[in-house]
Design a protein around this ligand. Structure first.
Ligand code: SAM
Length: 260
């Protein structure tokens, strides 16, 4: 018989964090915090520090393999909690009418993981991926190292070459949406680190988002990107909706949940 007192194996994780001005002080502070909470395990990664949590994703082989996959850059593995949330809602959106979109794809690491974890191909939906896939010095969004790779676009095309359902659209959002956008949208992941394309994209996505359709905004809760929150909130408010800020820094929107 299983005792009610039998608990999960205690798991923790430490990974990179952002915006630390004194790494040595951060390291010392984290060490002190760990001593203060011992014997509990800590989760400290992606600017999320917490303890005494189940961390359900770390008990799932899929995420366990993800955080230990040395082929994936450490900064991408650090955001495993965001991935867990994204995948959870992508799974739910499989039952919603319409296609999937990601706006801001970079190397396609997140989409690749979503495709691995959920039975997307069986859904007969398409997954539309939008990105500039290049870098010019007058761009205002974050100059990710990967964007300077001249072969980025061909690498991403190659990554998804065996997925007929994946449509890759190179160019500037929202202009590219005027040319190619699904009529009905079940799920969108918006991650462009700049208010202008996010504002333009949201204005085009919301009218096409099905009831119970889901949008995950990657940057919504981050203060450094709070200019995005300022432009996105009024747009969803016009639809009588609001975005939920998650502890991971993501934002979550579910359209007219429950209405048929
Ligand atoms: C943070 S990265 C996306 C990361 C990706 N979602 C992932 O999870 O791996 C942001 C991306 O947004 C793209 N981006 C920024 N502004 C854009 C615009 N106006 N049109 C298309 N893509 C844009 C950049 O090229 C960059 O690849």
């Amino acid at each position: 018989m299983t005792s009610r007192d039998e608990r999960l194996t205690m798991l923790g994780m430490k990974g990179p964090v952002f915006s630390v001005t004194d790494p040595e002080k951060y390291r010392k502070g984290l060490k002190l915090l760990e001593e203060a909470i011992a014997p509990l395990a800590i989760f400290a990664s992606d600017n999320l520090i917490t303890w005494n949590r189940n961390l359900s994703f770390l008990h799932d082989n899929f995420y366990h393999e993800f955080i230990n996959d040395k082929n994936i850059d450490q900064k991408n593995r650090a955001i495993v909690w965001r991935l867990y949330i994204l995948v959870y809602f992508a799974q739910i959106a499989l039952k919603v009418e319409g296609d999937f979109m990601e706006l801001g794809v970079l190397e396609g690491i997140t989409v690749e993981q979503v495709l691995k974890k959920i039975n997307f191909e069986e859904s007969e939906k398409n997954y539309y991926l939008y990105d500039l896939f290049d870098w010019k010095d007058d761009y205002e969004h974050d100059p990710h190292r990967e964007l300077k790779d001249k072969n980025l676009y061909s690498k991403v095309k190659n990554k998804f070459k065996n997925y007929e359902c994946v449509k890759i659209i190179k160019g500037k959002v929202p202009d590219t949406l005027l040319k190619e956008i699904p009529d009905k949208i079940a799920f969108a992941h918006i991650d462009m680190n700049h208010p202008d394309p996010e504002e333009g994209a949201l204005k085009m996505i919301l009218p096409r988002l099905s009831n119970s359709g889901i949008i995950v905004f990657d940057d919504y809760g981050w203060w450094s990107y709070s200019a995005q929150k300022k432009v996105l909130d009024p747009i969803v408010s016009d639809y009588g909706l609001s975005i939920l800020e998650l502890p991971t820094g993501q934002g979550l929107l579910i359209k007219n949940h429950g209405k048929s």
